[in-house]
Design a protein around this ligand. Sequence first.
Ligand code: PEP
Ligand code: MN
Length: 337
Amino acid sequence: MIVKIKRDANQENVNQLLAHLKELGFDVHSSFGETYQVYGVVGDTAGFDIRSLYAFQCVDSVIRIQEPFKKVNRKIKNEDTIIDVNGIKIGGKEIVVMAGPCSVESYEQVDIIAKAVKESGAKILRGGAYKPRTSPYSYQGMGLEGLKILHDIGKKYDMPVVSELMDKDHIPQFLKYIDVIQIGARNMQNFALLKELGKLDKPILLKRGFSNTIEEWLMSAEYIMAGGNDKVILCERGIRTFEPYTRNTLDISTVPIVKKVSHLPVIIDPSHAAGKWDLVQSLSLASIAAGADGLIIEVHHQPEKAFSDGAQSLKPKKFDALMKNATAVATAVNKTL
Ligand code: PEP
Ligand code: MN
């Protein structure tokens, strides 16, 4: 990191700062300009709160050079991480599409949707059994029963299943019935939960919080990896902006940025980004063109009657059309689907 000293700084205070940095184990290199003194501070600053230096009156500004994340950093591991979900590889040459309803509603509902999305080429079946709803009066999900339905239908169509976990007490249920544990936008910074996930040997689909920076998102992935679980798939699902045309704004730039700074796979959820079914195809194609490793898309055979997120759910026919166009874009960027 680089520390710039105020012009009128008291030298006694500067000396205290330098002693403090050395005590912390950092090497300090000075550089004196005509008007400012600047110090280059060398050492492992990953766990260091650089803002703490502003407590010294002499400090004008502090700039971090080293990223605060380590295990997710491409500088630590240069080759792309490929996560194997029952033989399906996420992060390689193949674009993996996960699809299914927002909520598991019944065995028949999931059966109809799973059959359709499988036929169109989806590899992983999604479905929420524990739903994080803004209102306590909205549909909260089927719970354990929903996980069992997802599991049974996943077996029927030979599809691994992904579902959202909200409570650490449910981990045993997820270990038994679910192949990929989804952590939703609202729990991205539930650090107690992230620590528990670090202890598991299970792929985690970590969604970006709608008000979180890319660095905060990567730090959440770091929590899981620091605990010992390196099977993390990042998922961009749109962020809050001032734009009301969409439910969220899909931050497509996350794809090349994450690819540059991290080795982890990154997928896109165009459904929660758009909030409207008629935008889902465009965002999906753009995501593949940008280099995403996969998509997670909400599909419902009767979106008008869906218990949640019907407005953004594609009917199977529309999903099938999307998959055909997605295959063409995948080929154009030298990937398969
Ligand atoms: C979902 O996948 O249905 C969901 C609630 O997603 P998010 O956490 O991105 O809002
Ligand atoms: Mn949803």
